[in-house]
Design a protein around this ligand. Structure first.
Ligand code: ADP
Ligand code: MG
Length: 465
């Protein structure tokens, strides 16, 4: 049993909460119960005293005999279950003097009580309440003054034991303690069982997470109930799925990249072998050299593209931010393509909205995106295809678009053109151009979208102005 473990903490917590509840009942509720029970008892005693005293008053005023008074006192005591004491009030040397006149207690302990409440009642002329210890325990007392010809001549004291209140409360307290002990035991057991179940679920999730961390994406995260742990399990499952996707994308990328690199290298190797042949005529040799150069160029471009892409994805590519006239930039990049357009028998039309189209961006990177788009519009379309390059401000952003009236792209292919290495025709490209272009656009807080219409393909780069 580890002290820091979830299981121990939860068990201790449930135990502690129960303990606090029991202590609160013991030390806060039971004293209140005791005093309210005592108050109730005193109230009942007072009512009894007030109901029965007038009978004594009447007898005293009508000068009843001692026997008559004794009889009345003991009959009231019988009916009320209280000890009834009648005290006579006389004038002594030190003020009022009270002496017991009649008592329902007939045994010889008649002088065991001091009846201080009676003094109070005689002096103030009002009903007085008090307590006095006795051999049978605490007594509650109510003293009612009896007036005869205007002065207080007698005091009737009703006494009843309060000890049973204390006894009752003690009993209740004992029962609370017993129930509390049971409750604590139950809290311990329930806390232990519940926390063990929770700890077990957490451990399963932990094991699954370890499995994922070690590269095994077949971990099972049982959702169980729809509580926080269930949600955590679902989140972990989601994470596992995404990691698995990333991992398979990574593998695919490496496999494709190495394949793309190997093809031209083998081709170059083959041609070099052929060229070692002494018998080769000059013309063939020149052709071979040209092919090898082409392959080397392709390889170089592929290496540059791969490097760009990996830098972009790692976020280590530094972007400049400067005020740029995109109209001028578009014109310059389009001009670079004059020879390629010539070869492809195509015309490029520039549509610039306004004299200056200013934006804060990295001009080198925007030019790179434009080059990729114009290059595609020429390489993936038949000869003679017209290309339109436009630049315009579009409320709050700048839109650069390259469109061609080539055969277009199928919807299925359009979904995938931005994936690295995706090529849908045999134009011998590496399929990295659009992947790089989109990464660049996103790094510049812009976007690159395709509009694959039939007979017209448009790629649009949007940048914040
Ligand atoms: N203007 C276009 N017209 C038709 N197809 C295009 C166009 N631009 C791109 N594509 C398609 O998208 C694919 C991916 O383009 P890209 O990422 O630049 O790679 P690459 O040009 O090396 O093939 C191309 O192989 C081509 O099939
Ligand atoms: Mg391309």
């Amino acid at each position: 049993m580890r002290w820091g473990s979830l299981r121990t903490q939860l068990t201790i917590l449930s135990f502690a909460v129960t303990l606090v509840a029991i202590l609160a009942v013991l030390f806060y509720v039971t004293p209140q119960l005791q005093s309210s029970l005592r108050d109730q008892k005193m109230k009942a005693l007072t009512e009894t005293a007030l109901v029965f005293t007038p009978q004594i008053t009447r007898l005293v005023r009508s000068n009843g005999s001692d026997d008559e008074i004794n009889n009345l006192v003991s009959s009231i005591s019988d009916r009320t279950n209280a000890r009834v004491t009648l005290l006579a009030v006389g004038d002594g040397t030190e003020g009022l003097q009270l002496s017991i006149f009649s008592d329902s207690y007939t045994d010889n302990r008649i002088t065991d009580l001091r009846f201080e409440v009676a003094d109070v009642a005689a002096r103030t002329g009002r009903t007085a309440l008090g307590e006095e210890p006795s051999r049978e325990g605490e007594l509650g007392q109510v003293a009612v003054p009896i007036r005869d010809a205007g002065t207080v001549s007698r005091v009737a004291v009703f006494s009843a034991p309060l000890a049973d209140v204390r006894g009752n409360v003690a009993l209740i307290r004992r029962q609370i303690l017993t129930a509390g002990a049971l409750g604590l035991l139950l809290a311990l057991v329930v806390g232990f069982v519940v926390s063990r179940r929770i700890a077990r679920r957490v451990r399963v999730l932990e094991r699954g997470a370890d499995q994922v961390a070690s590269g095994d994406f077949t971990a099972v995260f049982p959702a169980g109930k729809d509580d926080e742990l269930g949600q955590l399990a679902a989140a972990l499952d989601d994470m596992q799925r995404q990691l698995a996707q990333l991992e398979s994308a990574r593998r695919r990328f490496i496999a494709t990249a190495s394949h793309e690199l190997r093809t031209p290298i083998f081709s170059i190797g083959g041609f070099l072998e052929l060229m070692e042949d002494e018998e080769l005529d000059d013309e063939t040799r020149r052709q071979f050299v040209a092919t090898v150069r082409e392959q080397v160029e392709r390889l170089g471009k592929l290496a540059t593209d791969l490097l760009d892409l990996s830098r972009l994805e790692a976020g280590s590519l530094e972007l400049r931010r400067e005020e740029t006239d995109l109209g001028k930039l578009t014109r310059a990049v389009s001009a670079e393509f004059a020879p390629a357009l010539d070869k492809h028998d195509s015309k490029l039309e520039l549509r610039l909205g306004g004299d200056r189209i200013d934006a804060v961006c990295d001009p080198e990177r925007v030019a790179q995106v434009l080059r990729i788009l114009i290059d595609n519009a020429l390489t993936h379309t038949p000869a003679g295809t017209a290309v339109v390059v436009s630049a315009a401000r579009d409320n709050g952003s700048v839109r650069l678009a390259v469109s061609d009236d080539g055969p277009g792209i199928s919807d299925a292919a359009a979904q995938r053109v931005f994936e690295p290495f995706f090529t849908s025709d045999d134009a011998q490209g590496s399929g990295l151009g659009l992947a790089i272009a989109r990464e660049l656009a996103e790094r510049m807080d812009g976007s690159l979208e395709i509009d694959p219409g039939r007979g017209r393909t448009t790629f649009a780069l949007e940048l914040p102005a």
